[in-house]
Design a protein around this ligand. Structure first.
Ligand code: MG
Length: 203
């Protein structure tokens, strides 16, 4: 399976990192060794002193497809969940300055916790999903899918121009404002429409 991530998909987060609004989706990938399932803890790596949480809506592909038209993209996923795109911001900033790829800052072991999935039929309006993240009980991030620059359906269309999508592939759809540093001992909890769907302790 593949893990796709979309960068810079919320204007308020782009501003907080002083990035430019992209003219097409920013795409990167993580290997399956990045996944943390079933509320497994995240072990803080020693190569970074500035790991940030980025809470994101995650779509799970459940049908093989390539070159998918945007109007049919909804047929390729049935479940939506919440994940964290852990980012070594200090390492990423060095890579960005050098114009180098981001993998060592984004795709390391444990950098992709994933929570429980919800069938999209249980969600009233996919274009109006509220989600949030707390750190030690304090709300840090709050987002709504209506604020995405590129919608889930457009992202599926766009990715499938380059990559064959397969059953089980995950798409992390970008983070809203409020990213912050995590420290050992922190407890992160993610919520979709107020329902807890993700729990991650930093060890
Ligand atoms: Mg992200």
């Amino acid at each position: 399976m593949k893990i796709f991530c979309i960068g810079r998909n919320y204007v308020d987060h782009i501003k907080e990192l002083n990035n430019l609004v992209p003219d097409s989706p920013v795409i990167f990938m993580k290997p399956d060794t990045a996944l943390l399932k079933d509320n497994e803890p995240f072990y803080h790596p020693s190569f970074s002193q500035d790991i940030h949480h980025e809470v994101e809506l995650v779509v799970r592909i459940d049908r093989v497809g390539k070159k998918i038209q945007e109007q049919f993209a909804h047929k390729y996923y049935n479940e939506i969940g919440l994940g964290i795109d852990f980012t070594a911001r200090d390492v990423q900033n060095i890579q960005k300055q050098k114009g180098l790829p981001w993998e060592i800052a984004k795709a390391f072991d444990g950098s992709a916790p994933i929570g429980a999935f919800i069938n999209k039929k249980e969600i009233t309006d996919l274009k109006n999903i509220n989600f949030s993240l707390t750190k030690n009980g304090v709300q840090m991030q709050q987002g709504n899918s209506s604020l995405m620059i590129y919608s889930v359906d457009f992202i599926i269309h766009h990715l499938s121009q380059y990559f064959t999508l397969k059953v089980g592939d995950l798409i992390y759809t970008g983070t809203p404002i409020g990213v912050s540093k995590v420290n050992i001992g922190d407890v992160l909890e993610g919520f979709i429409e107020g329902e807890k769907s993700l729990h991650c302790e930093v060890k």
